[in-house]
Ligand binder design. Structure first.
Ligand code: COA
Length: 335
């Protein structure tokens, strides 16, 4: 087993910034409602960018911050629910754009938990010696799956991409292991498919010569969300996942310098902080700028935490999230 080091992070955002006030031009909403209910002030929305463009921006950012070359990458995983194409997968298109010719590439869908699931997958490949360097990206253009007349969902989301590189460290007997040494200490993931209906995005229906005539016009599907059910799921599941992870790794919660949670709603973060009995200021917050960017949200927050000095080299941090599926998870990392 190899130790797995977080070598660096990167961000890639669309150019267009949209304020809450901008949305009032076509939606019955207000800056006050959005800010007080969610903590969101602005979001970036793609206009002429693709998901691949945003992922490549984030990948170039992390490559330049780590000083690595694209050819050193042996694995690229993109977590997304809004890929530009079904085939080829986003990771392969990112590979081509970067010239990362030695990488194996695939996409992964675990909705807003996608980055965590992709990180844990990459961690397993690296710790098992399958690859040495892995690029993990969460990238989304959620604005294309929003019903822009539904004020209860469209104001919450934004577009963007965040990336991280995991690299192999020293040999050790167990995965994770010594939490005083740099690297991923452990992770916990969970899923509950029986409750998946509360956050839904249908795919295209089955229509072929044997399915009979199409009765209704086929519409592009949009996100459907039962906001309060998702809220309740998040505030109960995330603290439990973090507590179990800390217990499993023999970590006192006060050893954790920074919590980087999925940036869905400031009230969710405050509620998680309260349940864990941790002061709010140990939680990274940047949903005010980006909104909820689904799989991109944790890496965008992690990148900002690292670049702003909120989380520093040597710190023990937790990244954690929740999303459609339902899915959730948490990961403990020594930076
Ligand atoms: N602007 C103004 N009013 C709005 C609005 C908007 N953008 N969206 C909804 N409202 C209205 C509703 O119509 C409702 O009006 P009514 O009382 O006249 O019926 C009122 O505000 C309250 O709506 P409600 O849905 O009860 O609000 P809420 O306090 O539950 O907040 C969410 C809604 C979506 C912000 C909240 O439930 C939430 O954040 N849930 C979690 C969502 C999430 O994290 N999703 C991502 C999963 S990865």
């Amino acid at each position: 087993m190899r130790r797995v080091i977080l070598a660096g992070t990167g961000s890639g955002n669309p150019k267009k910034k949209v304020t809450n006030d901008d949305l009032t031009a076509f939606l019955d909403t207000s800056d006050e409602w959005i800010k007080t209910r969610t903590g969101i002030s602005t979001r970036y929305l793609a206009t002429d960018e693709t998901v691949v463009d945003l992922c490549v921006r984030a990948a170039e950012d992390v490559l330049s911050s780590t000083g690595m070359t694209a050819e050193e990458l042996e694995l690229i995983i993109v977590a997304s629910v809004t890929q530009d194409k079904i085939v080829p997968n986003t990771a392969s298109e990112v590979q081509a754009a970067l010239g990362a010719k030695n990488a194996i590439c695939f996409d992964l869908n675990a909705a807003c938990s996608g980055f965590l699931f992709a990180m844990s997958t990459a961690c397993t490949y690296v710790s098992g010696g399958v690859v040495k360097n892995a690029l993990v990206i969460g990238g989304e253009i959620l604005s294309k799956i929003m019903d822009w007349s539904d004020r209860s969902t469209c104001v919450l989301f934004g577009d963007g991409a965040g990336a991280a590189i995991l690299t192999a460290g020293e040999e050790q007997d167990t995965p994770g292991g010594d939490k005083d040494k740099r690297g991923i200490v452990g992770f916990r993931l969970g899923s509950d498919g029986a409750k998946g209906q509360v956050l839904l995005l249908e795919n295209r229906p089955v229509i072929n010569p044997y399915t009979g005539p199409v009765k209704e016009p086929v519409h592009y599907p949009y996100v459907h969300m039962e906001g309060q059910a998702v809220f309740k799921f998040a505030v109960s599941t995330v603290p439990r996942s973090i507590s179990e992870l800390l217990k499993e790794t023999g970590t006192d919660i006060n050893e954790v310098a920074c919590f980087v949670l999925h940036q869905a709603n400031l009230r969710i973060i405050h509620s998680v902080a309260k349940r864990l009995k941790v002061p709010d200021d140990r939680f990274m917050v940047n949903m005010d700028k980006y909104g909820n960017t689904s799989a991109a949200s944790i890496p965008l927050a992690l990148d900002e935490a690292l670049k702003s000095g909120k989380a520093k080299k040597g710190d023990l941090i937790v990244i954690a999230g929740f999303g459609g599926g339902l899915t959730w998870g948490s990961m403990l990392i020594r930076l």
